[in-house]
Design a protein around this ligand. Structure first.
Ligand SMILES: Nc1ncnc2c1ncn2[C@@H]1O[C@H](COP(=O)(O)OP(=O)(O)OP(=O)(O)O)[C@@H](O)[C@H]1O
Length: 233
């Protein structure tokens, strides 16, 4: 996958700690995220979801600061969520409207789009993901793989500069996993992917291994995988 230059904002974490119920689930994390493809791997409960939720203000630091360009998550959550989209592990957490087309249109309507401008954007994104035929379907009747594509469409349609995927393939069969992987590979946007699916990330520019709330390794995927395998024992 050739690296492409993209106009996106650097995401930086500066000495970030997140405390939950008296425990530091993330400890003193300092990172600058500039690459186009970044993977986050690590054992269950190591802190991966908490780390990526910091990137679009779903989680705020207990101490330290997270910035997207000049914006600070603790202050500018609304603007940051337009820059940094988030695709959840379970698309049911993300699909809010009973009809697919309305779900995709939801965020754009909040931005004031109406009429042909709105419906063209919805059509365009559904066609791009190969799911135009789902536009008028009732959301709850979709299969898990179809729901995951609609969840991705609802994020992509807002044209964020970074998209975070938190274990997006967990509920997918092999065919849909490959489809989603292709869609992620094609994105112009920066992608930050949390996954246990290690073969998805071989081409990534950077892989961060999280262990016990800290960054245990940060580098090329092949080296990260060696490190992770040793960690797993
Ligand atoms: N609100 C909370 N209250 C108490 N503990 C929490 C809370 N949120 C997260 N934790 C704890 O923080 C740790 C890290 O959780 P996190 O979901 O970030 O891990 P993860 O690496 O994404 O795990 P997995 O691979 O299992 O999804 C876990 O021990 C979890 O139980």
């Amino acid at each position: 996958m050739p690296p492409r230059t993209i106009d996106t904002r650097t995401i930086s974490l500066d000495h970030v700690t997140v405390n939950r119920a008296g425990n530091d689930v993330l400890r003193d994390i300092t990172l600058q995220l500039n690459e186009r493809r970044i993977a986050i791997i690590g054992l269950n409960g190591s802190g991966k979801s908490t780390l990526v939720r910091l990137l679009n203000a779903l989680v705020l630091p207990t101490t330290g600061e997270v910035r997207v360009g000049d914006l600070v998550t603790a202050r500018d959550a609304k603007q940051i969520r337009r820059q940094v989209g988030f695709v959840f592990q379970n698309p049911d957490n993300q699909i809010v409207m009973p009809i697919v087309g309305d779900d995709i249109a939801f965020g754009l309507k909040n931005l004031g789009l109406r009429g042909a401008q709105l419906s063209d954007r919805v059509d365009e994104i559904l066609a791009r993901l190969g799911v135009a035929h789902l536009r008028d379907r009732e959301s709850h009747t979709l299969s898990g793989g179809e729901k995951q594509m609609i969840a991705l469409a609802s994020v992509l349609v807002m044209n964020p500069s970074t998209i975070v995927f938190d274990e997006p393939t967990t509920m997918l069969d092999l065919r849909n996993r490959r489809r989603l992987q292709q869609q992620i590979d094609r994105l112009d946007q920066r992608a930050v992917l949390v996954t246990h699916d290690l073969d998805m990330i071989a081409d990534y520019e950077r892989t961060i291994v999280v262990d016990d709330g800290a960054v245990a390794f940060d580098g090329a995927p092949a080296d990260a995988l060696d490190f992770y395998q040793e960690l797993c024992g």
